[in-house]
Structures are given as C-alpha cells and as structure tokens.
Design a protein around this ligand. Sequence first.
Ligand code: SAM
Length: 220
Amino acid sequence: MTAASSSLPHSAQTGPHEQLAALIARRAGNPFRKPVAPFSLEAFARFTTICDPARPLIVDSCCGIGESTLNLAERFADHFVLGVDQSSDRLSRAPALPSNALLLRADMADIWCLLRQHAWRPARQYLLYPNPWPKIGQLARRWPAHPVFPVVLALGGVIECRSNWRIYVEEFALAAQLIAGIDAPVDTFVPGEPMTPFERKYLASGHPLFRCVLPLAGRT
Ligand SMILES: C[S@@+](CC[C@H](N)C(=O)[O-])C[C@H]1O[C@@H](n2cnc3c(N)ncnc32)[C@H](O)[C@@H]1O
C-alpha cells in the first residue's frame, strides 16, 4: 500500500457503539486496577528522574515514532513533553528530540495509572490517531471504552483526540460526557502541517479528519 492509498476504517457501526453507555455505567465506581508491567514501571522511573515537575507536562499518548512529541516540544518550549508508545520498532525511528521531551516504551494504560498515582497533572494530553479497532466486537479495545479511560479524564488538562474515523472521536466525546460530564463537539478539520505520520498518510489519501478537544478535564 502506498502512502497515498490508505483505506478508511471499515465498520458495521453507523454511530457510537450501542453498548458503550451500558459498559461505562457497569464500571462506574469500580476503579481500574491492573498490575503495572515491570517495563512500564522502569520507563516511568526514567521519566520521574528526567522531568522537572515545575514545568507543565504534555502527554503524547501512543505517539508512534514521536514526530508529534517533537512538534509539541518545539511549540510548547516551556513545557515538558512525554511521548509514550509500546512499539520499540516505531520508537527506534524517532527523530532527535530537544531536552524538554522524552520518549518511553511502555504500556499507555500503565503510564496513565502511574501518572495519576503520583499526582501528575498534565496541562495537555494528546491521543492522535489511536488504532481504531473498528469492528463491532472490538469496542473494548478502543481507549474511550477501556476501563482506564476514567483515569485519563481524571488526569485532566486539555485533552485532544484525532482520528480519520469519525465514530472513534464521537465515542471519545460520548465517554467524556458520560464519565466526567464534559461536553465537547466533534469537528472536521484540516491541519496546516501534519502533526504525525498517520495524519500525513490520511491527508495524502484524501481522508476527512475529525477531532474533539476536551476543554479542561479532570482536576478531581
Ligand atoms: C495508528 S498508530 C498512531 C501513531 C501516532 N500517534 C501517529 O499518529 O502517527 C497507533 C499507535 O498506538 C500504539 N499503541 C497501541 N496500543 C498501545 C498501548 N497499549 N500502549 C502504548 N502504545 C500503544 C501503537 O504502537 C502505535 O504506534
């Protein structure tokens, strides 16, 4: 497949998954508890030794090769940008980063939980082009339907999700509404400069792009 012929996520869903609200309701009051993997713990320890807690933090979740981490570090030079991805292959292709950015190989759910446990308060969080898992039976694999999603919202800050699958972003907005009472619209947008390789690929393929920005989540 060439860079300009990426296919759109194919799904039998025509809107947010009909089980999403029930799934979230069933989990209410049951905090997500999963043992943190040792490799995530080690990675998090590196972060805490490097990051100056006095600087506002930006979390670039599932950052792939870290291009967005670099973009964010340049744009928010007075912030510290933490990019996290589980793929060592992707991270091995990362660009050189300035001193206000760090890439970690870790499980994102673990890092969200560790940040929360250690009372980190990101100023911003980005979830850019997460794997859509568009089949109906794959709902639980999508972050907005994942039991860790309340932790993401509780961490807080301005949280932005982008995807080329509108329904993913609609589910992100719906989950934020149901879990935290945050109302935010889903917009179609055209970025100036692509922020990530996936954004570049989807733009080159003529896909519409969607985003939802939660104005200020968390702070509980
Ligand atoms: C479609 S790619 C998007 C990458 C990047 N944000 C971009 O836009 O170019 C999704 C990324 O999510 C990462 N990922 C998926 N599940 C993850 C998890 N549980 N923890 C950390 N990274 C994860 C994958 O390794 C992959 O790099």
